[in-house]
Design a binder for this molecule. Structure first.
Ligand SMILES: Cc1ncc(C[n+]2csc(CCOP(=O)(O)OP(=O)(O)O)c2C)c(N)n1
Length: 329
């Protein structure tokens, strides 16, 4: 079997579980959002699960990821608990950023999920900096920067990747090309179709991969991460993917045709993973449905935990906030 060359049954089931957790988390929160129960807006990642999970399944706990304004998938994939994510979204003291960050500022430092950064492209040089730190300290840890197609024309993209390239920093650049930066189609801002071609400009390897196929993501990311770990420097990976919902919850996504959305949904990464598990590893529908049920229970419990958690203490409003030392008496 081709599949068993890449993963065994247990590994693919773990991958399926993570993807199911992410999809159902996002769907459940959207349901609550429509009921007016979620504070703030949400940037959701349904459709993009295979990228987050396929990449993170190759990482060690002490490797680090840097995420974006669309962080839930990356966080759950790296092992941040649903409880701490939900509590953060509800602005509670038990949240992963103490309730001060909200949905765009998730973090899980103990599992290597660095604070997500909502400034487009900003995490690229930050990930490079972390990787340079690993290099200088002689560790074999790896950093991963996730960003969208909207980041590839930001100055920080060029500076960050070039610096990583010349210093052979152990970092993997993961572009989630979901075709749109908010409502702007990628073809309006970038004239090349495969964004990974940009890698040639920095003298590093680049690869464009089907981001709706978790096994293709897992395999390609595995090669890039191993390369970085063994001292061969960075790789630019581009995953062609699609976000099913609009950019944020106020966006119905009407700039996309129904045919286009249907085309991508027909290649759904979770359906495809189920099909492989069934065909190649003889998983039953009941077995996979049970995994889905367990994930949903975990998600519902996390929301319950968030709702019942205490608000942050107002006296702590200034803790963990950057202070300009010149103004501190
Ligand atoms: C530097 C900067 N410019 C603009 C914005 C506003 N903004 C937030 S998300 C976004 C679109 C980002 O698109 P992309 O990078 O492709 O990621 P996606 O939303 O598709 O996941 C924009 C323009 C921002 N946060 N930062």
């Amino acid at each position: 079997l081709i599949t068993s060359r890449i993963v065994n049954r247990q590994q693919l089931l773990a991958i399926y579980r993570r993807m199911s957790l992410i999809r159902q988390y996002e769907d459940y929160l959207y349901k609550l959002f429509l009921q007016g129960k979620v504070p703030g807006t949400l940037h959701q990642c349904q459709g993009q699960e295979a990228v987050a999970v396929g990449v993170c399944e190759n990482l060690r706990l002490d490797d680090v990821i840097f995420s974006t304004h669309r962080p839930v998938g990356h966080m759950l994939a790296k092992g941040v608990s649903a409880n701490s994510i939900s509590a953060e979204i509800w602005g509670k003291a038990t949240g992963c950023a103490g309730g001060k960050g909200g949905q765009m500022h998730l973090v899980g430092a103990s599992v290597g999920a660095m604070p997500s950064n909502a400034i487009v492209g900003a995490n690229i040089p930050i990930a490079t900096g972390a990787a340079l730190g690993f290099l200088i300290s002689g560790s074999d840890r790896v950093a991963v920067s996730f960003f969208g197609d909207g980041a590839v024309n930001i100055g920080a993209f060029h500076e960050g990747i070039n610096l990583a390239a010349v210093r052979k920093a152990p970092v993997v650049f993961v572009c989630e090309n979901n075709l749109y930066a908010a409502s702007t189609h990628v073809s309006l801002t970038t004239l090349i179709e495969d964004l990974a071609e940009r890698a040639a400009a920095y003298g590093i390897p680049g690869e464009t991969v089907d981001g709706m196929d978790v096994l293709a993501v897992y395999e390609s990311a595995g090669i890039a991460i191993a390369r970085a770990r063994q001292g061969d420097g960075p790789t630019l990976l581009e995953y062609k993917t699609y976000r099913y919902p609009g950019h944020s919850r106020g966006d119905p996504g009407n700039y996309r045709s129904q045919e286009e959305v249907a085309h991508w949904k027909a290649r759904d990464p979770i359906d495809r993973c189920r099909a492989v598990l069934t065909a190649d590893f003889s998983c039953t529908t009941e077995e996979l449905d049970q995994v889905d049920d367990e994930c949903l229970t975990e998600i519902k419990q996390s929301v319950q935990f968030a709702v019942e958690s205490p608000d942050p203490n107002p006296n702590e409003i200034k803790t963990s906030v950057f202070k300009d030392r010149r103004s501190v008496k």
